[in-house]
Design a protein around this ligand. Structure first.
Ligand code: IFG
Length: 536
């Protein structure tokens, strides 16, 4: 548990009194600078680690001579070591050289690849702190990366500053054994309603990585905007994503293929895999208003900048529709190293059930043809696609026969119920941004559910993981993204990573409170929920 400032002061007072009371005994040894206790408990991390064993006699203090030693001959471990050095150097002012770990060289910070047991999988790690140093061991580099995100939170919040801070850089002693509950822990950003620049997207990715999020779903296309260059249909981006597109006509812009490749690489360096979404057959007015031939009547639909949904549909009976779908999915698949490609499928209210089924029966195999595993919003299961199609649950009810039946057929589910996980929902009626059709979602609401126990018939084995979607009808900037995403994203991240047994609002809210100075140091414009005991 955290040794709060108050407790540390009280402890010092008691030690002092004891010394005075037995003046013949040697005074209680004043903690030497090397053992100034860390006031961050070993378990004060989000997401909560699986197993924490503090050892208060083993605090470690970073110093100017600290080395970062990485698994020899592992370029990935070395890259993680360099990344860690890059995050620790500014505030400490220490050189923190990154060197290969040789022999039993101890001390400093070591990132080692080891057989730490199958239970830890590819993302788990062991983190051991002694007075000699910190050792992070993992089966795979992704586990080393996860361990470094934990280490960052074990250092004083001032570590997040990009200028030299005069601080004692102590890490609480002891051991952590950690691994994720779900393999898919994601955030989604809608850049269709409002385009967000590559820099804004990368800033958001930086924050996601700190909470062990490992997938990032980009909603690239919708009625109001098409936000990704497609060579075979060039006006999708230049017109469908041009100036004047977006809600209120102020969300124009699009990602070139190089922008997208750059974001994929940037995310991969942070062990985050990009999941692109091309929404279809509904939410397609940006394509229908750009290419007349895609419309059943051959007439381009008018562009739309309002916030309505459910009014558009690709023309199910035209062959050109499937040439379009094939071209777009091929080009997106070629740009995307990750295993998943999301084809939306939500709110196709202008597509009859039989047309929807016919469409998905052709579209899903196209995704598979190009080597990707299909994802779709939960409506997709009505078309009875191949059961490797992953359904993303976004409805709000705890009973949903269609999704429960799909699980029976073998589908797996990503849980993002709109009344729990939708970050575009207002916190309360006073929130200046966002919508409220699903619910007001305060932090405790975002935390207070179990992804494997939310929908009847959708249990632990059927749940691939969780996702926190952020729709951008009302967002215009990175500040807006941050205000709606933090602190609730941290809640969803904990639901995705930590064991259900560790689920505890009091513990989470206290650990969440400790994130405030870190977000402030990083300029993250978070919402100071009255439900959280924020550290000043
Ligand atoms: N539902 C729509 C989104 C967006 C959202 C805003 C899904 C799957 C409402 N579809 O959520 O396009 O408009 O909260």
């Amino acid at each position: 548990m955290r040794r709060s400032g108050t407790k540390a002061i009280l402890a010092a007072a008691v030690a002092c009194t004891t010394a005075l009371a037995v003046s013949t005994a040697p005074a209680a040894a004043e903690p030497s600078p090397q053992t100034t206790p860390s006031d961050i408990g070993l378990g004060d991390v989000i997401p909560a680690p699986v197993e924490v064993t503090p050892d208060s006699d083993a605090d470690y203090r970073l110093g100017p001579g600290t080395l970062i030693r990485t698994e020899p001959r592992s370029a990935e471990a070395r890259a993680i070591g360099r990344q860690l050095a890059g995050t620790l150097r500014p505030a400490t002012g220490y050189p923190l050289p990154v060197v290969p770990a040789h022999g039993n060289s101890a001390g400093g910070i070591s990132l080692l690849l080891d057989d730490v047991g199958d239970e830890l999988g590819s993302e788990g790690y062991r983190l051991d702190v002694t007075d000699r140093g910190v050792t992070i061991r993992a089966n795979e580099p992704a586990g080393l990366f996860a361990g470094t995100q934990t280490l960052r939170q074990l250092l004083p919040a001032a570590i997040e500053s990009d200028t030299r801070q005069h601080e004692t850089w102590t890490v609480a002693g002891g051991s952590i054994v950690d691994h994720p509950r779900f393999e898919y822990r994601s955030a989604m950003l809608d850049i269709a309603r409002h385009f967000h620049t590559p820099d804004e997207i990368k800033s958001y990715i930086d924050e996601l990585a700190r909470y062990k999020i490992n997938y990032f779903h980009i909603h690239l296309t919708d009625d109001q905007g098409w936000r990704i260059e497609i060579d075979s249909w060039p006006e999708l981006a230049t017109v469908g994503g041009g100036p004047g597109t977006g809600v209120d006509g102020v969300g124009g812009g699009y990602l070139t293929k190089d922008d997208y490749r750059d974001i994929v690489a940037y995310a991969a360096d942070r062990h985050i895999t990009i999941v692109p979404e091309i929404d279809m057959p509904g939410h397609t007015n940006s394509a229908l208003s750009t290419y007349a031939e895609l419309n059943c009547d051959g007439v381009a639909s008018p562009p739309r900048t309002d916030m309505a949904v459910g009014y558009s549909s690709l023309c199910i009976d035209k062959e050109i529709t499937y040439e379009f779908v094939d071209d777009v999915i091929r080009e997106i698949a070629e740009l995307t190293p990750g295993p998943y490609l999301h084809i939306g499928g939500d709110e196709a209210h202008e597509t009859s059930a039989e047309d929807y089924r016919a469409f998905m029966q052709r579209a899903v195999p196209i995704v598979q043809k190009y080597g990707k595993q299909p994802l779709g919003w939960n409506e997709i299961v009505a078309a009875e696609p191949s059961t490797d199609t992953i359904a993303q649950y976004w409805h709000t009810t705890t009973d949903h026969d269609e999704i429960a039946d799909a699980v029976e057929r073998g589908h797996r589910v990503i849980m993002s119920p709109a009344n729990k996980a939708y970050l575009d929902m207002k916190y309360d009626e006073d929130t200046p941004l966002g919508l409220s059709w699903a619910a007001y979602i305060e932090v405790r609401d975002a935390y207070g559910w179990d992804p494997a126990d939310y929908v009847n018939g959708v249990g632990e084995d059927a749940v691939l993981g969780v996702e926190a979607p952020l729709w951008s009808e009302t967002l215009r900037s990175l500040d807006h993204i941050e205000y709606m995403a933090f602190p609730r994203l941290a809640a969803i991240a904990e639901l995705g990573w930590s064991p259900q047994q560790a689920h505890d609002w009091t513990s989470f809210s206290e650990r969440l409170g400790q994130q405030a100075p870190r977000w402030e140091a990083r300029g993250v414009d978070f919402y100071r929920s009255p439900q959280v005991p924020w550290e000043s």
